[in-house]
Design a protein around this ligand. Structure first.
Ligand code: ATP
Ligand code: MG
Length: 449
């Protein structure tokens, strides 16, 4: 009873019932004898109305010549086409009619008065069968009742069958949705609903929204699973180094000296960085990193980043250049996060550029965006690795990066920060050593001038 399709069917049934009841009431009211007879009477009296017209005809033509044509017209204008008229001139006794074979006795004869004087007699011949007797009236009403009953019965059956079909077709997709939602609740995240047939547009949009939600849940679940697997994998290396070395010290294989402790300490340092980077990345990806957005003099930030990297670049014998477009407008950014982005990109560039190479940092305006590029002449990134460098824990050379302390989270964090500012970051490289890599960051953050 509380199922939607049952309720809809009952509603349809009630509508049909209401229709039948109103037809029945109309029938009962209309079939009351006085209501039916009165209009019939008026209808039957139709020919009397012709009298007035005849009087007018007489005055106009000063006689009855050619009145047959008029009578024929009057007959066809009457509601009952089976009434026939004839006129007897009172003076000459001549008979005017359009019909040669008339019965001897008319059903009715009425004098035609012209200014109070009888000028003729109008004979009215009715088709006998048309006389409505009380029997015929009852017969007519009984037929009408039978007809109404048959129409009501067929209408009810068709209405109810149609109602049940419509209700079922409306509710079947909802049941499918409920089953799929239960499956999703039971972690079957690959489940989708396929709405077949001609479902209504609302149901189709609910199904599409449901499928989008399921796809987003599935993607989130895959990301979560990958992240857990990646984190476990990344933690395993420093932890097993720590564990192995400590065991070796306990077993007396390694001496407990400062050098050994320093090695173990560097592993904890790596673990700590990993944990901090992961924390920052998770916050940035969830858009929960707090941004301190303000109008920033970009040239000033770039200069301080470049001067901070100066000594490291000198040591690596890499030439570091800065090109800032003249009259660069200020930009709405978080200066600390901008510094973090540039530190990451310059750090990477320095790590991957051999001595004698050049790293250039440029800032320019493109349309309404601030565009920053970090270009190096280092080893470049091959086409196979390029699409993945922004993935978390992705390193083109796993062993080497781990040895140099990279967690593979730097670019993932950079991308999350840039996207939090509404910007975009891309990497281009033709993969040829010496041609290097270019990272381009686009911020839609310029101050309107
Ligand atoms: P982290 O930045 O967390 O210390 P990482 O530098 O290894 O570690 P990312 O900054 O995310 O990680 O960079 C990912 C990978 O992309 C790097 O390991 C490196 O292989 C490659 N890469 C990044 N920048 C460059 C570059 N300028 N030239 C060549 N390869 C690069
Ligand atoms: Mg890096």
């Amino acid at each position: 009873m509380n199922r939607l399709w049952v309720r809809l069917s009952i509603a349809f049934g009630l509508v049909v019932l209401l229709g039948v009841v109103s037809i029945a009431v109309s029938y009962i009211v209309l079939s009351r004898a006085d209501l039916v007879d009165a209009p019939l009477q008026v209808w039957l009296e139709g020919p009397r109305g012709v009298l007035e017209q005849l009087a007018r005809y007489y005055k106009k033509h000063e006689g009855w010549q050619d009145v047959e044509t008029f009578l024929l017209g009057a007959e066809s204008a009457l509601p009952d086409s089976r009434v026939v008229l004839a006129l007897h001139d009172s003076a000459s006794g001549a008979l005017f009619t359009a019909h040669p074979d008339l019965p001897a006795h008319p059903d009715e004869s009425i004098p035609v008065l012209v200014e109070g004087q009888a000028r003729a007699t109008l004979d009215i011949f009715r088709n006998k069968a048309l006389h409505i007797t009380p029997n015929q009236s009852a017969f007519f009403l009984a037929r009408l009742r039978d007809f109404v009953l048959v129409v009501a019965a067929i209408g009810s059956i068709v209405g109810i069958v149609f109602g049940v079909l419509v209700s079922r077709s409306l509710t079947a997709p909802l049941e499918q949705l409920a089953t799929a939602a239960q499956a999703i609740g039971a972690r079957e995240l690959h489940r989708r609903v396929a709405i077949r047939g001609r479902a209504s547009q609302e149901i189709v949009s609910v199904a599409n929204a449901f499928n989008d939600m399921a796809a987003a849940l599935e993607k989130g679940e895959t990301l979560r699973r990958n992240l857990v697997a990646d984190v476990a994998h990344e933690l395993r290396t420093p932890l097993s180094v720590l564990q192995g070395n400590l065991l070796a010290i306990l077993d007396g294989v390694y001496p407990l000296d400062t050098q050994e402790i320093a090695r173990l300490y560097s592993q904890t340092h790596l673990l700590n960085r990993l944990v901090n980077d992961l924390h920052e990345l998770s916050q940035a990806e969830a858009k929960q990193l707090r941004l301190n957005v303000q109008l920033v003099d970009v040239a000033h930030v770039l200069e301080s980043v470049v001067s901070a990297f100066g000594p490291t670049a000198d040591e690596a014998q890499v030439h570091l250049e800065l090109h800032v477009a003249p009259n660069l407008p200020r930009a709405l950014l978080d200066p600390m996060r901008l510094t973090e982005v540039l530190d990451n990109l310059l750090g990477n560039a320095l790590r991957h550029t051999p001595p004698g190479g050049t790293i250039s940092l440029c800032a320019e305006v493109s349309g309404e965006d601030l565009v920053l590029t970090v270009k190096d002449t280092g080893e470049g990134i091959s086409a196979e690795h390029l699409p993945h460098v922004f993935d978390r824990f992705y390193r083109t050379d796993r062993a080497r990066s781990r040895a140099t302390g990279g967690t593979g989270l730097g670019l993932a964090i950079v991308r999350a920060i840039v996207e939090m500012h509404g910007g975009q970051i891309t990497a281009t490289s033709d993969g040829v050593p010496g041609h290097g890599t270019t990272f381009t960051v686009r911020f839609p953050a310029l101050e309107k001038t």
